[in-house]
Design a protein around this ligand. Structure first.
Ligand code: LLP
Length: 418
């Protein structure tokens, strides 16, 4: 990851020293590289050069306004999954037509607001949702642009909690029901069919599930268009993985050159292509900087207790996910020991890394790598811990894009009983 490098004995993000950022802003601290985000985006842009296409950043991966701004300014649209995410997209000036709305449980109020601002597409996930969306649109004197999210029933070979394209999960409309759902959508007065959508899972490191999903989706497109319903766009969702631990996913441009070749071969090269990448745009563009509080040697295990925890960075606790953890200023020549790196939260599941070889002392800084996606956006206030601050580095400049929460923020809105 060229934007995160050890020089002169310490970790830098672009041109800035991480230790200096931690001194200024405290820890735990998320630090992002703008150049890294733009480099990931440009791999997709290269892949789509000369095509009608739209890259809708799936902001659930990291929805901080300063991050969204980077992608809005680079011309991305946004994939949202809630009314809250809609307001974030609007807050960074995203044109409403570049916003697409995914998710299995859109409320009437969320639909109404999205219709009012005029978003580009609703990715509908059930037949019941089609009926409600049509009704809400008619009530508001609008027609809702819709895609149906189809479930291609392919195994993305990723963690079960983040695979979404298999038959037995809650997402999308089953392959067999798709044509009937499209026919219904076409006759509902409040809807206008504009496309088709699929998303098979996340952290996919192999291209074959994508190739399979593409064939299956195009089979459906054929059937839908044979029924007289024209699809203007095809949305292939997100899901491309990143390198956490030496398993290299395909590069976005290479994956897409293969997918586009299939699309062309089957005669759909003229459709607008949409994708909804999240992790692959931001995951390796961020780190979480944390300070070692205590070392606690034990008979079975040594613990390295740090000031970041599962509330700040929930992926290890939730998915047993691996994040590399490295000293910001390596102690050269010092003896390493094996540690479980754990946080202060009162749960055995509160760990960030297990069996890591580290030479550290209390007061040292550690960097948890690949922390740009699904870390801050999933952070919580468990144990009444304030969520970290976030800094966006751009060359030799650091922008504080989120202040560290204050305890008073955490108690806001609560009432003592009188
Ligand atoms: N589109 C839809 C409809 C999605 O559900 C998702 C992610 C994306 C796009 C973006 O997927 P990506 O490109 O980021 O893989 N919290 C989990 C990941 C959950 C993914 C949920 N859906 C984790 O930390 O691994």
């Amino acid at each position: 990851h060229p934007h995160f490098a050890w020089r002169d004995g310490e970790l830098h993000v672009e041109q800035l020293r991480v230790s200096e950022l931690a001194r200024r802003h405290g820890t735990p601290l998320f630090v992002y590289s703008k150049a890294s985000m733009l480099a990931s985006l440009s791999a997709y842009q290269r892949g789509f050069a000369g095509r009608k296409s739209k890259i809708c950043y799936a902001m659930k991966a990291n929805s901080s306004l300063g991050v969204l701004q980077v992608f809005a300014q680079a011309g991305c649209g946004f994939d949202i999954v809630s009314g809250g995410e809609l307001e974030r997209a609007l807050a960074v000036g995203a044109p409403a037509r570049d916003i697409i709305f995914s998710g299995v449980g859109k409320t009437r109020a969320e639909m109404a607001r999205a219709l009012e601002v005029g978003i580009g597409c609703f990715n509908v996930e059930s037949e019941a949702e089609l009926e409600v969306l049509s009704e809400v649109a008619s009530t508001h004197g609008r027609t809702a642009p819709v895609s149906i999210r189809v479930n291609p029933n392919v195994d993305p070979k990723t963690h079960p909690y983040i695979s979404t394209g298999l038959k037995d999960n809650k997402f999308g409309i089953a392959h067999e029901r798709t044509l009937a759902a499209y026919c219904r959508a076409a006759e509902l007065p409040g809807l206008r069919v504009v496309g088709i959508d699929c998303h098979i899972g996340s952290q996919i490191t192999d291209s074959s599930p994508y190739m399979d999903a593409m064939e299956r989706v195009l089979d459906l497109v054929e059937g839908i268009e044979a029924a007289g319903i024209r699809l203007q766009h095809i949305d292939f969702g997100g899901g491309l993985g990143i390198d956490y631990q030496g398993v290299l996913p395909p590069a976005a441009d290479q994956l897409w050159s293969r997918l586009l070749a299939r699309l062309d071969a089957r005669g759909y090269g003229d459709r607008e292509l949409m994708i909804e990448p999240g992790r692959s745009l931001v995951g390796n563009a961020g780190i979480c900087v944390t300070e070692v509080l205590y070392l606690k040697p034990g008979e079975q295990k040594n613990f390295c207790i740090v000031d970041a925890a599962m509330n700040d960075l929930p992926r290890p606790a939730m998915y047993e996910a691996y994040h590399a953890i490295l000293p910001v200023k390596p102690r050269s020549g010092a003896d390493e020991s094996s540690y479980d790196v754990v946080g202060p939260v009162c749960e055995s599941g509160d760990w960030l890394g297990r069996n890591r070889q580290l030479a550290v002392q209390p007061g040292d800084l550690l960097a948890v790598l690949s922390a740009g996606a699904y870390c801050m956006s999933m952070a919580s206030n468990y144990n009444t811990r304030s969520r970290p601050a976030e800094v966006l580095v751009d060359g030799d400049r650091a922008h504080l894009i989120r202040e560290r929460e204050q305890v008073s923020d955490l108690m806001r809105g609560e009432r003592l009983v009188r």
